[in-house]
Design a protein around this ligand. Structure first.
Ligand code: ARG
Length: 459
């Protein structure tokens, strides 16, 4: 094919304006799909031959040329040009340059409309697998950390106020639960996108005798799409993927927010290793949690990607429209951002020291065991509301007299309720408070260890 001439150029009298070539081209970002494009083309050519649509010799010629093109792209030997428009056309052009007319047979019974969906589905299928592996590594790291920190007690917060003491391990496992659900969501998304689109052609299918099941088998798709118009029109699987990615970022971002606060002098709960922090160019004393801050910041990008894909799709008439070319950059950005953030977060958290003494001390403050007193009274038969009232009065008394709950004598306790015994003094100890919440989902050491075991057995 002469340079500059388009494969679709038959009905055109004038060449494309240079600016239009540049404006419509996606080659600078979709070249990333080259390996999937070639994998799809090889399967397609093989199917065409087995159906007698092209000859075996032609198919073999096409397949071996495609393989050598793939190797050359990998080695950086092929330079792409904006006039190639997109990766599909660039590869076809190179194929024809290498094997002549036979190259032109590859696109039989296919359109770029079903081809591009195929490439993206193949790409995402692989990327989801590597994302799942990263999520899994993170969960494993957190479970290990939870095991090591099983004795560490910290204040649990609601409204950013000290609420009740919990195990640090319980806190860490809360995120493991979230990331586990993120993994399930990704897995689910993969099941839905793992469907062969090829055969839909431009929008209406083809009159040629293709065998879609055959192509599906070669490409390892458990299913084929059921409606050719739906196949080329929709990108819901991309939206779903970016949404699942956005949730991962949201979870990471919340985790980072805590780590940033905890590494402040005011909290002093953690110290992130020097290797995972940065300094200030003016203040020599500073050690900043930039990695955590950037992860928090990058969650905004992925939310932006989600917004972009949702907006892109909302007003499109059926079926394929060129707008859809804009699906790829947000998708690639989401993939790269989430993978980068998962990787660096997993490293950072394994290079973070938890200051158990500081956390313990903090858990003792803020009357975080006042609920213990109320529950103690409930166990002695008092209705919860009344018990709550008495415990509240005890807190007020402590505040007025600048005392902690543990500083009060039994005599002082008895001023609020005659039935108090020495036991109350024991009940408000942090270890006791934590371990009394011993049910599935509770923060008692036994309950947390059981959950750790469950996670270990699942991996
Ligand atoms: N580069 C295009 C995209 O990403 C490929 C499909 C083009 N199809 C077409 N009929 N112009 O959507």
């Amino acid at each position: 094919m002469a340079d500059g001439k388009k494969p679709w150029g038959g009905r055109f009298q004038k060449p494309t304006a240079k600016n239009v070539e540049k404006f419509t081209s996606s080659i600078h970002f979709d070249q990333r799909l080259y390996a999937y494009d070639i994998e799809g083309s090889i399967a397609h050519a093989t199917m065409l031959a087995s159906q007698g649509i092209i000859s075996r010799t032609e198919s073999q010629k096409i397949v071996s040329a495609l393989k050598s093109i793939s190797a050359d792209i990998e080695k950086g030997k092929i330079k792409f040009n904006v006039s190639d428009e997109d990766i599909h056309m660039a590869i076809e052009k190179e194929l024809t340059r290498r094997i002549g007319e036979t190259g032109g047979k590859l696109h039989t019974a296919r359109s770029r409309n079903d081809q591009v969906v195929l490439d993206v589905r193949l790409f995402l299928r692989t990327e989801i697998d590597s994302m799942l592996a990263l999520l899994f590594q993170l969960q494993n790291g957190l479970v290990k950390l939870a095991k090591n920190e099983i004795k560490t007690i910290m204040p649990g917060y609601t409204h950013m106020q000290k609420a009740q003491p919990v195990l640090l391990s319980h806190y860490l496992l809360a995120f493991v639960e979230m990331f586990a659900r993120d993994g399930q969501r990704m897995q689910d998304c993969k099941t839905r996108l793992n469907v062969l689109p090829l055969g839909a052609a431009a929008l209406a299918g083809t009159s040629l005798p293709i065998d879609r099941n055959k192509t599906a088998k070669i490409l390892n798709f458990p299913e084929i799409s059921k409606n050719s118009m739906d196949t080329v029109a929709d990108r819901d699987f991309i939206a779903e993927f970016i949404f699942s990615s956005a949730l991962i970022m949201m979870h990471l971002s919340r985790f980072c927010e805590d780590l940033i606060l905890w590494s402040s002098d005011e909290f002093g709960y953690i110290e992130i290793s020097d290797a995972y922090t940065t300094g200030s160019s003016i203040m020599p004393q500073k050690k900043n949690p930039d990695v955590a801050e950037l992860i928090r910041g990058k969650s905004a990008r992925v939310y932006g990607d989600l917004f972009a894909i949702m907006t892109l799709l909302k007003g499109l008439p059926m079926t394929y429209n060129r707008d859809l070319q804009e699906d790829k950059e947000p998708l690639f950005d989401a993939v790269d951002t989430v993978k980068d953030c998962l990787t660096i977060f997993t490293e950072m958290i394994s290079h973070t020291k938890f200051n158990a003494a500081k956390m313990y001390l903090a858990a003792r403050g803020g009357f975080s065991t006042a609920t213990e007193i109320a529950e103690y009274l409930v166990k002695n038969g008092m209705p919860f509301r009344g018990a709550h009232e008495i415990a509240g009065k005890i807190v007020a008394y402590c505040l007025k007299n600048k005392k902690g709950l543990e500083d009060l004598s039994l005599k002082e306790y008895k001023k609020f309720y005659e039935g108090f015994t020495e036991e109350v003094k024991d009940r408000i100890k942090l270890e006791k408070a934590v371990n009394s919440r011993n049910h599935k989902g509770g923060t008692a050491t036994a309950a947390v260890l059981e959950r750790i075991r469950e996670f270990e057995n699942n991996s």
